[in-house]
Structure formats: structure tokens, C-alpha cells
Design a protein around this ligand. Structure first.
Ligand SMILES: [Ca+2]
Length: 94
């Protein structure tokens, strides 16, 4: 069922044949969708993590113990978001 729907979506011009170009377009679309979802997830995790850290639910001693991990995570997530927008800008100029 899902495969049939996927094949219908891949057949962009509706001629019943999935050409190599249509496979390429579907792959690129899927890749773009996944990349944007990863970027959105990174942003959501950053916001939620900041909220949890500010909420007082976690004792200060644990936050202090994990401060290195938390700051590395923030830099990595910001890197993902920055790389996504940098790549978008670079791809649109190409
Ligand atoms: Ca086709």
C-alpha cells in the first residue's frame, strides 16, 4: 500500500513509468525533507533543553557536572542549523 503510493508520487508526469530522472528527483526531495526535519529537530531540542535547564527541575549539581556535555551539545546543534542554512544559501547560488 505504502509502496504503491510512493511509486505514484515518484511518477511525476503520470505516464506510469518511473524514469531515472524521476527517481533522482524523488531522492533529492526526500533528502531535502530529512535535512529540514533534522534542522527543525535540532532547534526544538535547543529550546527545550534551555527551558528544562532554566525550569529548576534538574539540580544545580547535575547541571554543573554535565556543563561540558551541555555546551558541546549546544554548539553541535547550532552547527547543524548553521550548516543547513549555509548549504541552502550555497546551493541557491550554484
Ligand atoms: Ca513518469
Amino acid at each position: 500500500m505504502n509502496a504503491i503510493k510512493f511509486e505514484k508520487e515518484m511518477d511525476r508526469d503520470g505516464d506510469g513509468i518511473i524514469s531515472a530522472e524521476e527517481v533522482q528527483v524523488a531522492d533529492q526531495h526526500e533528502k531535502n525533507t530529512i535535512q529540514s526535519r533534522i534542522t527543525i529537530a535540532s532547534f526544538v531540542v535547543m529550546v527545550l533543553l534551555a527551558c528544562v535547564l532554566l525550569s529548576g527541575l534538574i539540580p544545580d549539581s547535575r547541571i554543573t557536572a554535565l556543563s561540558g556535555l551541555i555546551s558541546t551539545l549546544f554548539v553541535a546543534l547550532a552547527g547543524i542549523i548553521g550548516a543547513y542554512y549555509g548549504m541552502q544559501a550555497w546551493m541557491s547560488r550554484k
